[in-house]
Design a binder for this molecule. Structure first.
Ligand code: 7RM
Length: 649
């Protein structure tokens, strides 16, 4: 194995955080035995997880059938996901245990126990049946973050219908496209939900979509916002009316391990959204296992809070299926982090004594911008473990999270995974792994990952492409309706390997560092520079909260690095200072040519920075597709500034 020149390796991070003695005392895994067992035989390892963490109606006969690139897991086995998430806990005497502490944005609260959740899911399953939903059908869900979203998903799972959740912040057009691609029969939505102190009229958006969705036969509407809605007779039903008249008993029907559990659409970079397919037995095994060991879950003591929306895969795997399969107690919050004030998140942590907190780097950098005073207003001493997902976490953001949220006592699990992987793939085990700020560390036991060079050869240190070397139970089973696109997208770049587009590097100790999407890698005078490393260098300046860099065409160097920087509230810095700071941290070659200061960066609705748009701005192009942008005014502001700036050439 050789060093690769696929992507340069510039950033060196030396800080190390071994698990503390007190954390190790009660952790589930303090040693290497899971790694040892899994590297011996990964199929047997996963089979042990499947039999320990999941309840089966019929045992499987084959752990994994691998016909590259198509896998089947636990073949011949049957189980019901909703039974695993609900019934078995109630049968074990845990019916009164809290499943969700729900906190609405306006401050209303509800406590939902496992037996209440089971009752509601059984009734709603029968309601769906009464609307003609049968096994194999698709059901669309377009909801705010309320417990009924989880009820709807679990009811689909109970009767063998696949759900397709569309994030409640998406437009009518996005909803219609996804309904039509899946040919869904029923849409479950709400009148409205609360966001930033106001009700957003979800049903009205749904109605617009429904004008062009011929497959939809019925609509179910949960009352949440209390806003006026129009109900179409014969098509639209109130959720509470259906529940009131539903038969309370709906036995969980055993499903084939490979029964389609859900579709979840990812927008990708080009073309129409891909309906990522996930099935039943392998997916549940993967999310239950990773939720238990990555979050070191002690279900009877922990209060777990994942701040994602159920519209994203993180909400599917680490709010609904993983935590409920493990019988966890969770917090579910409906609204934005700054309503009514910038300390809402920390007041919720204090109120429910949250012990495990899982969020995204974009949120952490926003909290950095808002200042340390906000978390300091609250007692966060209940926290014992922190998590991060969605983007690379810059070392300085990691340090801030560690110190100001974790009180320097909580390990941070930086979890790399994708909609396509179903569950966490690369992450520390918090009681066993010595952490390095900004590194996702190692593949979890059972997962095979390697960094390869352009020719597909594994590299032992330095930068390259992150690939997965063997199948895993939660892997996508395909793209809905398009097996060829599935092969082309994930399995064609490197033979026999899964590649979904991220760069990564290995350091001298074998730690993995994610370097961002390879489409974003910059080429400056022949050096292949990752966006992540330059951004991390910028964020290590005390005045900088967040940074995005892109490579823009440059007559001299091929591409030049253009940086967009957001400062910590109240701080100031000048362009020259930041350019020199990058040169000092990682080298003169990575020095941005221009630095723009901006109060915000363009992001997707799930909080990922959209560098493609910044590249368009930097190169003076008209913007391409902006429909996935969370706040379009951010880019138009930057465009204006770029047009006014004197030309550098
Ligand atoms: C869970 C989720 C997937 C993409 C992935 C990466 C990026 C996610 C991390 C990360 C660095 C991480 N699913 N990504 N987690 N990059 N470190 N811990 O985000 O399908 O929406 O996105 O997100 O680029 O390919 S996703």
């Amino acid at each position: 194995m050789a060093e690769s020149d696929a992507i340069d390796d510039l950033l060196i991070e030396q800080r190390k955080f071994p698990p503390s003695e007190s954390f190790k005392k009660r952790t589930l895994v303090a040693g290497t035995h899971l790694y040892d067992e899994a590297s011996e035989d990964y199929e047997s390892f996963w089979a042990r997880q499947a039999s320990e963490l999941v309840t089966w109606n019929t045992p499987w006969h084959t752990v994994c059938e691998w016909d590259l690139p198509f896998s089947k897991w636990f073949v011949g086995g049957t189980l019901n996901v909703s039974y695993n998430c609900l019934d078995r806990h109630v049968l074990a005497g845990k019916g009164d245990k809290v499943a969700f502490h729900f906190e609405g944005e306006p401050g209303d609260t509800r406590t939902v126990t496992y037996s209440q959740l089971l009752d509601e899911v059984q009734k709603f399953s029968n309601a769906l049946k009464s609307l003609g939903v049968t096994k194999g059908d698709r059901v669309n869900i377009y909801m705010p973050m309320i417990p009924e979203a989880a009820v709807a998903m679990l009811a689909c799972a109970r009767i063998g219908a696949a759900h397709s959740v569309v994030f409640g912040g998406f437009s009518s057009q996005a909803l219609a496209d996804r309904i039509n691609d899946a040919e869904a029969k029923v849409l479950i939505t709400a009148d409205g939900g609360w966001r930033r102190g106001e009700v957003f009229p979800l049903k009205q958006y749904a109605d617009e979509a429904l004008q062009s969705t011929p497959s939809i036969e019925h609509v179910v509407v949960v009352k949440r916002g209390g806003n006026d809605v129009s109900m179409t007779a014969g098509r639209d039903n109130w959720y509470h009316d259906l529940i009131a008249k539903a038969d309370p008993v709906c036995p969980a029907e055993p499903m084939d391990a490979e029964q389609l559990l859900f579709l979840l659409y990812t927008s990708g970079t080009t073309g129409k959204p891909k309906g990522i397919m996930h099935t039943t037995g392998g997916y549940l095994t993967h999310v239950a296992y990773t939720h238990k060991y990555v979050f070191d879950l002690h279900p009877d003591e922990d209060v777990y809070w994942c701040t994602a929306d159920v519209g994203w895969v993180t909400g599917h795997s680490y709010i609904v299926y993983g935590p409920l399969a493990n019988g966890a107690t969770q917090v579910m919050y409906e609204g934005v982090p700054n309503f009514p004030a910038n300390d809402r998140i920390w007041s919720i942590v204090e109120k429910y004594k949250v012990t495990i907190f899982y969020t995204a780097p974009t949120a952490i950098r926003t909290y950095m911008k808002w200042g340390v005073e906000e978390p300091a207003k609250h007692d966060l001493s209940s926290l014992r473990l922190l998590g991060s997902v969605g983007e690379p976490i810059n070392p300085e953001a990691w340090m801030w999270y560690h110190e100001h949220i974790g009180g320097s006592r909580c390990p941070i699990v930086d979890t790399w995974w994708q909609t396509e992987t179903g569950g966490i793939m690369i992450s520390p085990l918090p009681g066993a792994t010595t952490l390095k700020p900004g590194s996702a560390t190692f593949p979890v036991p059972g997962v095979g990952a390697e960094v390869v060079d352009d020719s597909g050869k594994a590299v032992s240190r330095g930068g390259g492409y992150l690939t997965l070397t063997h199948p895993w139970p939660g892997m996508l089973r395909g793209i809905w309706g398009d097996p060829q696109r599935y092969k082309d997208t994930y399995w064609s770049r490197f033979e026999g390997r899964y590649f979904a587009g991220d760069g990564a590097k290995l350091d001298d100790d074998g730690y993995l560092w994610l370097l961002g999407r390879v489409d974003d890698v910059m080429n400056v005078s022949g050096h292949r520079i990752s966006t992540t490393e330059v951004e991390s260098a910028l964020v290590s300046h005390p005045a900088v909260a967040e940074a995005a860099v892109v490579g823009a065409n440059d007559a001299t160097t091929g591409q030049a690095i253009i940086a967009y920087v957001t400062l910590v509230g109240g701080a100031s810095a000048d362009e020259q200072d930041l350019r020199n700071h990058v040169a000092k941290e990682i080298g003169a070659i990575a020095k941005p040519k221009t630095v723009y200061f901006t109060p915000d960066l363009p992001k997707t609705r799930s909080g990922k920075i959209m560098r493609r748009l910044l590249r368009d701005v930097a190169e003076g192009r008209n913007l391409g597709d902006t429909t996935t942008l969370a706040d379009a005014s951010v880019v138009s502001e930057l465009q204006k500034r770029a047009a006014e700036a004197p030309s550098e050439d």
